[in-house]
Design a protein around this ligand. Structure first.
Ligand code: SF4
Length: 326
């Protein structure tokens, strides 16, 4: 028997961001408005619980446009899509509702603007991630994908003085800052956004996990293994010297991780529902007597406007326009 209770410190903020809330609401409202089935290209957000809940309500998840019947209601996931996907959807006369996070769309627009001025665009991101594929496929021009300082050293742009960069929204803020630093050193005239302007939710969740990692013996991150931002949260705990695990749910929590642990920090990626966090808390309470503390952190008040066709007339007046203030 452990005499000492286990202190559980919850990170603040954690879990759903405004882009994820909007994407889920788009699927729910599309089902209400158009009936089932509604098709969703790719997981609407990278979380199995969210996907299963929506599937049970009538959403059908597919990877390719040619899996969707002609004319069907189709939602693009929060990660965004390449122009070729938009064109394929047009060819199939799909009724498209775009759940791409407005902050991802902003990256597309920035990249398009730079390419339109004849600049090469450096995209800082992870190869193979759907957001990266979408962003690369939205920019008509020369795009160089880099994911490390070493990649920057190897970069061969067409004209070093006409170079710009954009980034994936869910990267490690620290790694991104380092890569931007390397770009600035090699190409002093390069243009692009400051790290803090990329995504408020990524920034805030990473700051919160950094704050709890200093206080705890163990870090638990609730999130999917294919969720970029959740992986980054786990890495921050690990880099700060704390054993850190990414778990999809309470079932993956292993009792032996708690041996000798007096304080555990708990957070969740931007696509992980709070209900799963609470299941993990209940599981911790089965294993040990727990005391819960919520870390003081940034209160987020960010909401993104829904597509017009999904806003009921009675609701529109109450919605704020898009804002990225945190
Ligand atoms: Fe949008 Fe940021 Fe959330 Fe990604 S993490 S969906 S960019 S708000």
């Amino acid at each position: 028997m452990h005499e000492q209770p286990l202190k559980v410190i919850l990170a603040q903020p954690r879990g759903f961001c405004a882009g994820v809330e909007r994407a889920i609401e788009i699927v729910e409202r599309a089902i209400e408005r158009f009936g089932t089935p509604v098709y969703v290209r790719h997981e609407i957000v990278h979380n199995k619980r969210v996907v299963e809940d929506l599937r049970a309500r009538g959403a059908r998840f597919v990877e390719e446009i040619d899996e969707i019947p002609e004319g069907a209601v189709t939602i693009f996931s929060a990660h965004g899509v390449a122009s070729a996907v938009e064109d394929a959807a047009k060819d199939r006369r799909l009724h498209v509702i775009d759940a791409t996070c407005p902050l991802v769309t902003k990256v597309h627009r920035e990249g398009q603007r730079y390419a339109g001025r004849g600049f090469d665009v450096v995209l800082i991101g992870h190869p193979g991630h759907p957001e990266v594929e979408g962003t690369m496929g939205q920019i008509e021009g020369t795009v160089h994908l880099v994911s490390s300082v070493e990649d920057v050293e190897r970069l061969q742009p067409r004209a070093p003085d006409r170079l710009s960069y954009v980034t994936q929204t869910t990267l490690s803020v620290d790694d991104t800052r380092e890569i931007i630093g390397a770009l600035n050193r090699r190409f002093p005239s390069i243009v692009g956004p400051d790290v803090k302007d990329i995504c408020y939710a990524t920034q805030n969740r990473q700051s919160a996990v950094r704050a709890i990692a200093g206080l705890v013996d163990l870090v638990l991150v609730v999130g999917a293994h294919n969720s970029s931002n959740s992986n980054r949260l786990r890495e921050i705990g690990q880099d700060l010297g704390r054993p850190s695990y990414l778990i999809e749910g309470a079932g993956q929590l292993r009792a032996e991780w708690l041996e000798g642990v007096r304080t555990v920090g708990l957070t969740a990626g931007a696509s992980a529902p709070e209900a799963v966090v609470q299941e993990v808390v209940r599981r911790l309470a089965e294993l040990r007597t727990i005391e819960i503390e919520v870390l003081d952190g940034i209160e987020e008040n960010v909401h993104f406007r829904l597509p017009d066709e999904l806003i009921p007339a009675t609701d529109g007046a109450n919605r704020l326009p898009e804002t990225t203030a945190a």
